[in-house]
Design a binder for this molecule. Structure first.
Ligand SMILES: [Zn+2]
Ligand SMILES: [Zn+2]
Length: 265
């Protein structure tokens, strides 16, 4: 038994992550047109019809764009909490009642052999969540679209083997960049997005737990560069006495292609 994970694409332009075991195949978010998601899945050897569920973190378009289409085409259940369902229902088109699955974020649940636990994250959506997935004593967590990290969140995530963590922007690039002032304020707010620096600081805490593998995710196209995100996070970790490439392995997600595939046995 093993837990496999791969980011199909990630960034402010669209997000979707594949997570699976030998017999279960899940998508977390479906934030590009269905066609791109199907192509991304093919790269990991999965067909759209293999999917057992699509889990939605929150109703922003970069997380739901292809969800309705995939559900209708392959008869796939969509899982979201009640407020997220209410907020996204009109945006994803008609979904068969049998494919509307509502979870309570205080209760874990199973999709076949994968245990799923949702947890609250601070973001400007109806009821945004991150997810942890368990199988065979391995745990993978997805934590993107959050304004800041707090103790509760760190505690929830720190016993994961792998974390997909947001490194959205470089603060200086954002502040000096072309975005309108209102949007800059939104991104920088406590319900906005995690900067490279915030991400590095969060990892300094997470590495004290079980986390050994990290994928940096949800990078802004305008306000970040992959190399800058990687360098900033690495520097913060090394300054804190953590050896990158030994104590912790950092890797990237991409807006237009799949990441490396990780498998935890
Ligand atoms: Zn969002
Ligand atoms: Zn997003």
């Amino acid at each position: 038994m093993s837990l496999k994970v791969c980011s199909l694409f990630s960034g402010s332009s669209g997000n979707s992550t594949y997570l699976g075991t030998e017999k279960t195949h899940i998508l977390v978010d479906a934030g590009l047109a269905g066609k791109y998601i199907i192509d991304g899945l093919k790269d990991v050897g999965i067909d759209g019809s293999d999917l057992n569920g699509i889990l939605i973190t929150h109703e922003h378009v970069d997380h739901i764009k292809g969800a309705g289409v995939l559900s209708r085409r392959f008869n796939i259940p969509i899982y979201a909490n009640e407020k997220t369902w209410a907020a996204m229902e009109s945006k994803i088109g008609r979904v068969s009642p049998s494919n509307i699955r509502i979870f309570d974020k205080d209760m874990d649940f199973y999709i076949q052999d994968i245990n799923v636990q949702a947890y609250e994250i601070p973001h400007d959506a109806a009821d945004p969540v991150g997810f942890s997935f368990y199988n065979n004593n391995k745990k993978i967590s997805i934590t993107t679209d959050l304004g800041y990290t707090n103790k509760k969140l760190i505690k929830t995530v720190m016993d994961s083997d792998m974390v997909i963590l947001e490194a959205n922007h470089d603060q200086d690039m954002l502040i000096n960049g072309p975005y309108p002032a209102m949007l800059k304020r939104r991104i920088l707010s406590r319900k906005g997005h995690l900067s490279n620096e915030d991400s590095g600081k969060a990892l300094l805490e997470l590495v004290k737990g079980r986390v050994t593998h990290v994928l940096l995710a949800h990078l802004s196209r305008e306000n970040n560069h992959p190399q800058l995100a990687l360098d900033t996070v690495t520097e913060i970790l090394e300054d804190g006495g953590v050896k990158v490439g030994k104590d912790i392995f950092l890797d990237m997600t991409y807006r237009d292609r799949i990441s490396n595939v990780y498998q935890f046995k």
